[in-house]
Structures are given as C-alpha cells and as structure tokens.
Write a protein that binds this ligand. Structure first.
Ligand SMILES: [Cu+2]
Length: 142
C-alpha cells in the first residue's frame, strides 16, 4: 500500500517535471520580442511581414511600409472601434494620418506613430476582401 502510494507520488512528480520542462522549451522557442523604435513591414501577396511587432510606449516609432504588390494596400492601426469603422466604411481611399496609411502599388511609405498606452493593437488592410484574406497584424506596445 505504502509502496503503491510512493509510486503514485513519484509518477505525479515525473508528470509535473515533464510539464515544467515542456513549458521551459516553449519559453525558449518563443523569446519575448524586443521593442524597437524603427520597424519595416513588407507587404507581399496581400500579407504583412512581420505580422507581429513590438514597440515601446510613449516615444515616436518610425514605421516603414513597403508594398511589393502591384495593387494598393492600406495599413490601419487602432483599437476595435477604429477597425470596425474602417470595416464598414464606404470611403475606399482617404487622406493619410499617422495611424492610417495608404500604400500605393509598388511603393514605400513611412509614418511616425507615438503610442500613448501599453497594450495590443491590430493593423489591418481594409480594402475589400483583404482582411479576410489575412492582411492582419498585431502590435504589442509595452
Ligand atoms: Cu490590402
């Protein structure tokens, strides 16, 4: 009886050890992205690359948007309300503001954004069908 209990305890310990080791491997495989004040995002085949960026809060971040596609795209960063407004908007193209940039076919645009608070914002191209196709990225601000 005692031996069985000891064996069970040992078994549980091994399971816990394997779980901890697995978590450590996951942590090593996905290091925390360093924040940077200069980011280049390439657009190709209607996707953002990278689709995840990490930027600092409270300082200007220079974002270079390079469109390698033969069609126009846009880069709109903001919270859910901003994205929803563009998702349902009727204006196809509009004048650029730092957080809403149109990048004409085969061109490069640079914008400077100062993020006021930490958190996560999505960047999306809202030209028809592009979001559904996967033109979505996430900025972590910290
Ligand atoms: Cu697009």
């Amino acid at each position: 009886m005692l031996r069985t209990r000891a064996r069970l305890f040992l078994g549980a310990g091994l399971v816990a050890l394997v779980l901890v080791a697995g978590a450590a491997v996951v942590a090593l495989a996905r290091p925390t992205q360093p924040v940077t004040t200069a980011v280049t995002i390439e657009i190709h085949y209607s996707h953002f690359n990278p689709s995840e960026i990490a930027v600092p809060v409270g300082v200007p971040v220079t974002i270079t948007l390079r469109n390698d596609d033969p069609i126009d795209h846009e880069w709109i960063i903001g919270d859910d309300a901003v994205q929803q407004k563009h998702r349902t908007g009727t204006e196809l193209l509009h004048p650029s503001i730092p957080t809403e940039v149109v990048i004409a076919a085969l061109s490069t645009r640079t914008t400077v954004v100062t993020f006021a608070q930490a958190g996560q914002l999505k960047y999306i191209c809202h030209l028809p069908g592009h979001e559904a196709y996967g033109m979505v990225g996430v900025a972590t601000i910290r």
